[in-house]
Design a protein around this ligand. Structure first.
Ligand code: NAD
Length: 488
């Protein structure tokens, strides 16, 4: 593998937007893109202003209305989606390295988990559209009623920094599969991987010009210009809850819809009958994978008091043993935080937890050096009301509470503004099913950590979002349901 870090440190990449099949000139405001492990600039992003966003939306509109994508057959769309799948795998090593360089996620995770997942999204939706169809109702004598799913039009796809390629790949695959055109806006903090993917798709000529476009820049400039643009038809957004609310506000003015994948503070409940080793493995992954910067992190742990001593001691020991360091080192389990602000935020939560009576079991400190490294942290709390148990910290930071009763723990687990995932660790199938009904979350995972199945829908309730991603959820997001009723 080439050393992308040293290559880009000595010659930072220039990142611009892409519209109607051509990359923009690097004229927009220059924003440095930082390697969080070293604090050095590895790319310069040229921000897309309102005019550039307008050009990207116009290109997507033209391609939707009159261009070849609007009339593409299922086979044509499948061919394009498979070609993107293959292109990602062909460049997997390079894309994984860029993802690690820009996010600080350990390379073993980007290479072995994120890249295959990103590619798989395209293959999945290529296969899904082959089987998917509408509905026909013939119960009413003299009538036949048809339900068809039409592409919605121009989709704005806005992504976060914590899993830039994988999360946006899912949006791109779904939007394209159902016949839409799109404008993609990655986080200004992590634009590297998608910029490279656009170069690869462009070089291979996979999609007709205008079908997929890219804009880059900060939320209050490029993001707002895109989500408030009168000629987009919807926004599929993944990011923070406050940003989601702002985007919904902009969409409301045009009576448009948005799919919102927002924040989480997911409970992970370990019952006394659980396989404790398995629950420990799962809780470690759920709290610390992706440097803990995961919307679906199951980092609000509830442990039954019968197994609490054993579980908490083992969890604390394992957390202290996690290897923090250079994300390119294969031995590294935790890389850097995304930036200095995120690192400072973690410190403020440690302070807030201590101030509110929580006990620090592991970590809590920053690690000296050029990058944004912190010690993986565990705090034990006697109350779910503490800020560390209520607010999304988005870091390798787990909280542990103990419980004695099922009803009581369900009430505490549901005592949250969020509702993304509920994790349950138990050997009792009836209990698992009861909890699946009673946890107020979009997904319940039983005896398994961070599992996603594209056939199911992923998304949150309450402030964790609106809509579901995956199979039919993505169809609902990216199509308009049309009814045609025919008198016979
Ligand atoms: P963020 O909300 O700050 O930014 C996300 C994206 O929105 C970025 O591209 C940003 O430039 C853009 N943006 C910001 N302001 C905007 C505006 N006014 N209009 C339009 N776009 C705007 O989020 P982040 O910090 O990049 O990501 C972390 C958050 O994402 C966490 O809260 C996390 O839980 C959430 N997230 C959710 C999921 C999920 O599937 N539910 C997955 C990953 C991350």
């Amino acid at each position: 593998m080439k050393n992308v870090r040293s290559e880009l440190m000595s010659n930072p990449k220039t990142i611009t937007g892409y519209a109607a099949g051509a990359f923009a000139a690097p004229t927009g405001e220059a924003i440095p893109v930082i390697d969080p492990a070293t604090g050095t600039t590895v790319a310069v992003l040229h921000e897309s202003d309102g005019a550039e966003v307008g050009a990207a939306v116009a290109a997507a509109r033209d391609a939707f209305r009159a261009g070849p994508w609007a009339g593409a057959s299922v086979a044509d769309r499948q061919r394009a989606l498979h070609a993107i799948h293959d292109a990602i795998l062909e460049h997997a090593e390079e894309l994984a390295a860029l993802e690690t360089l820009n996010t600080g996620i350990p390379f073993i995770q980007t290479k072995n988990i994120h890249l295959p997942r990103a590619a798989q999204n395209f293959r999945f939706f290529a296969e899904f559209i082959n089987q998917d169809g509408g509905e026909v109702f013939t119960q009413e004598p003299g009538y036949m009623s048809l339900v068809t799913y039409e592409p919605i039009g121009v989709c704005a796809l806005i992504g976060p920094w914590n899993m830039p390629l994988g999360l946006t790949a899912m949006k791109m695959a779904g939007a394209l599969a159902f016949g839409n055109t799109c404008v993609v806006k990655p986080s200004e903090i992590t634009p590297l991987t998608l910029a490279r993917l656009f170069e690869i798709m462009d070089a291979k000529g996979i999609l007709p010009p205008g079908v997929i476009n890219l804009v880059n820049g900060r939320g209050h400039v490029t993001g707002e210009a895109l989500s408030a643009h009168p000629d987009i038809d919807m926004v599929s957004f993944t990011g923070g809850t406050e940003t989601g609310a702002r985007i919904l506000g902009a969409l409301a003015k045009g009576i448009k819809g948005g799919a919102m994948e927002l924040g989480g503070k997911s409970p992970s409940i370990v019952f006394a009958d659980a396989d404790i080793e398995r629950a420990l493995d799962g809780a470690m992954l759920g709290s610390f994978m992706n440097n803990g910067q995961m919307c679906l992190a199951g980092s609000r742990l509830f442990v039954h008091e019968q197994v609490a001593d054993e579980f908490i001691a083992a969890f604390t020991t394992r957390t202290k043993a996690l290897r923090v360091g250079d994300p390119f080192d294969p031995a590294t389990e935790i890389g850097p935080m995304i930036n200095a602000a995120q690192m400072a935020r973690v410190a403020s939560y440690v302070e807030s937890g201590l101030g509110q009576g929580a006990t620090l079991l592991a970590g809590g400190g920053q690690i000296e050096g050029d990058g944004f490294f912190i010690e993986p942290t565990v705090m034990q709390s006697n109350s779910n009301a503490l800020a560390i148990c209520q607010e999304e910290i988005f870091a390798p930071f787990a909280t542990i509470q103990t419980f004695s009763d099922e009803d009581e723990v369900i009430a505490r687990a549901n005592d949250s503004a969020f509702g993304l995932v509920g994790y349950v660790w138990t050997a009792d199938l009836e209990r698992a099913l009861r909890l699946s009904r009673r946890l107020a979350t979009g997904t319940v995972l039983v005896n398994t950590p961070i599992m996603r199945d594209l056939r199911t829908g992923f998304g949150g309730v309450r402030q964790s979002g609106l809509g579901r991603e995956g199979a039919k959820g993505s169809r609902a997001m990216f199509t308009e349901m049309k009814s045609t009723i025919i008198a016979l």
